[in-house]
Design a protein around this ligand. Structure first.
Ligand code: AGP
Length: 615
């Protein structure tokens, strides 16, 4: 997810663009850049890091004065975060300049075609391919920027929100949208562009939300033209009146980033699957694994290392790899692994899971393993992060920036990557037939819909939260795939509400924890299991007989548990290996609502940091 900004009007564009980029920093912040037509050409400035870094670079520049400009804050999908890959991206002639939010899926095919036409490329980005395709079309068809953008986009496959300027036509900005957001603020003889309205909310309340498949040629002193990308049909835009505060928009109407990110999970899951799961061809494409799959098929040992919530997704992976691919896996806390002098052999594989890609313990652990010859596979959410760069190969979760300290969408998208790896390896080993493999693909492709359906339980979960917000302790129980989810639910509650909570395998109750049970100790039991369902029912009965209160998460159609639990959360039914994606949702929402009711700082809980870069 990136942020794009633009301005065309009577004022100096640079300060407006910079301020707008700061408002969009929540959408991505690994690099940023601006470009302004200064009367003779398009001058630009780009920098790795946050907008504040860009501002420092700009202080040394004097030639960025002008009343038309565009800007971009990046969340990398293609190409590491650096000055070369930062946007705006220029065409070979340096006349056309483009900022882009989205993914051009067929960029490598287009790039090959342009290379044959004599184009060259500096960056690793799909955006530089698109801006050169626009230039190629503009020259070949002898058309202006608006038409060239339209023709180029009709050759592109993927999602985009773009803004382009051309020094041959420095009185217009061309914007277009498909799949990524883009809006136009209409002022008094001036126009503002933004991925959302936050860059210009103080300048105008009149906004056009460009629709998918639409393009606009924004021109100073002349009528702005809106038309369909697919043909020349004109579109008459709806001008909306803005009635929302800045703070609400940055959180897209949610009260906290954590709640926004919980509800972003269906989209994050779809974005993480995009280009990797091909149902029609029956394929799983993991570029970081495809070229090294033999390593995974011949290794003696796979160890997954991580911390916190990422360690919980590692535990889920252990069940997936062993049950589905029959591959033995060990799971380690990175902080323990790095100091216990582990046995590491040359052909060992280490899978390192980290949302931030900067966790000190995980980074140190993979450096140790690498020094002993192990192969490192990184599963990170931040492109170009230290753990990603230290890994031999890997897969990025495309969850987008996760601002809330409590990890939610990063967790579910980590499980998506691990699930794809397990199913792919199982097929490669011949453990599952083509038919079963295809069944898994169908199940995986439906996860986002099941998560969406579970999110609809939010209000009923909020009611349950109200009854337990004064608890001093809480127990979470689960079996099989739901044991790591019990751990994750407990972590969510304790880290944002400060209520002590513990997760346990349900069968462990009789080995001690049952001594804790009394009327003041609520127990959340994840009882969706088909396997060992009867045993879970008896665990609940043991707790009930000691006056413990039960919140049970059950599958749709459950009968037995619903008879005995005090509170029931009924989630969509699914095959065993899909349950973790579904059962974690009520636990995220329960902990969120309890924390809000206790007036906690949900997005930045006390004592915690989003990325633990120190030991
Ligand atoms: C989870 O909600 C916490 N924020 C924390 O446990 C986190 O998962 C842990 O610090 C690991 O972070 P990483 O995934 O960025 O490596």
């Amino acid at each position: 997810m990136c942020g794009i900004v633009g301005y065309l009007g009577v004022k100096e564009s640079l300060p407006i663009i910079l301020n707008g980029l700061k408002r969009l920093e929540y959408r991505g912040y690994d690099s940023a850049g601006v470009a302004v037509f200064n009367g003779s050409n398009i001058a630009s400035c780009k920098s790795k890091g946050k907008i504040s870094k860009l501002e420092k670079s700009l202080n040394k520049r004097k030639n960025l004065n002008g009343n038309i400009g565009i800007g971009h804050t990046r969340w990398a999908t293609h190409g590491a975060p650096n000055n070369i890959n930062a946007h705006p991206q220029f065409s070979n002639s340096n006349k056309i300049c483009l900022v882009h939010n989205g993914i051009i899926e067929n960029y490598s095919t287009i790039k090959q075609k342009l290379l044959k036409e004599g184009f060259s490329f500096k960056s690793e980005t799909d955006t530089e391919v698109l801006v050169n395709l626009i230039e190629y079309v503009k020259i070949k068809e002898n058309v202006k920027l608006g038409e060239a953008v339209q023709m180029a986009l009709n050759q592109a496959i993927g999602a985009y929100a773009i803004a382009a300027i051309d020094s041959d036509k420095p009185d217009e900005i061309v914007v277009a949208k498909l799949g990524s957001p883009l809006c136009i603020g209409i002022g008094n003889n001036e126009y503002y562009i933004g991925s959302d309205v936050t860059p210009f909310i103080e300048f105008t309340k009149d906004v056009v939300y460009l629709k998918d498949g639409e393009l606009a040629i924004i021109r100073s002193h002349k009528e702005t033209i809106f038309r369909k990308i697919s043909d020349d049909s004109l579109v008459s835009p709806t001008i909306n009146k803005l009635e929302i505060s800045l703070d609400k928009i940055e959180k897209q109407g949610f009260d906290h980033y954590m709640l926004k990110e919980i509800f972003e999970q269906p989209k994050a899951i779809k974005d993480t699957l995009r280009g990797r799961l091909n149902l029609s061809k029956g394929l799983i494409k993991l570029s970081g694994m495809d070229d090294f799959i033999n390593k995974f098929l011949t290794t003696n040992k796979i160890t997954i290392i991580a911390c916190g919530t990422s360690w919980h997704s590692a535990l889920i992976a252990e069940y997936m790899f062993e049950k589905i691919a029959k591959i033995s896996v060990e799971v380690e806390y990175a902080s323990e692994f790095r100091y216990r002098d582990p046995i590491i052999n040359k052909n060992d594989i280490i899978i390192a899971i980290s949302q931030s890609g900067e966790t000190a313990d995980t980074l140190a652990a993979i450096k140790l393993a690498k020094s002993k010859g192990a192969y490192i596979y990184g599963v990170c959410n931040v492109v170009g992060s230290s753990i990603a760069r230290e890994s031999n190969s890997g897969s990025y979760t495309h969850a987008g920036p996760e601002i809330g300290v409590a990890s939610t969408k990063a967790f579910t998208t980590q499980m998506i990557i691990l699930y794809l790896m397990a199913v792919k390896l199982s097929r490669a080993k011949g453990i599952i037939s083509e038919k079963i493999f295809h069944k898994y693909l169908i199940e995986i492709s439906s996860i986002d819909k099941k998560v969406l359906k579970t999110l609809a339980l939010n209000n009923s979960i909020k009611k349950i939260a109200k009854k337990f917000k004064s608890s001093k302790n809480c127990l979470y129980l689960g079996r099989g795939y739901n044991f790591p989810i019990a751990l994750e639910g407990a972590l969510k509650l304790k880290e944002i509400s400060y209520i002590h909570a513990e997760g346990y395998p349900a069968a462990e109750m009789k080995h001690g924890p049952i001594a804790l049970i009394d009327k003041d100790m609520p127990t959340i039991v994840i009882a969706t299991n088909k396997i060992n369902y009867d045993k879970i029912v008896s665990n609940i009965q043991e707790i009930k007989s000691r006056k413990g209160k039960i919140i049970a998460i059950v599958s749709e159609g459950d009968i037995e548990v619903k008879k005995i639990a005090d509170f029931v959360i009924e989630v969509p039914d699914s095959i065993e290996s899909i349950t973790p994606f579904i059962t974690v949702i009520p636990l995220q929402l329960l902990s969120y609502h309890i924390a809000v009711m206790l007036d906690r700082d949900v997005d930045q809980p006390r004592n915690l940091a989003k990325s633990v870069t120190v030991e």
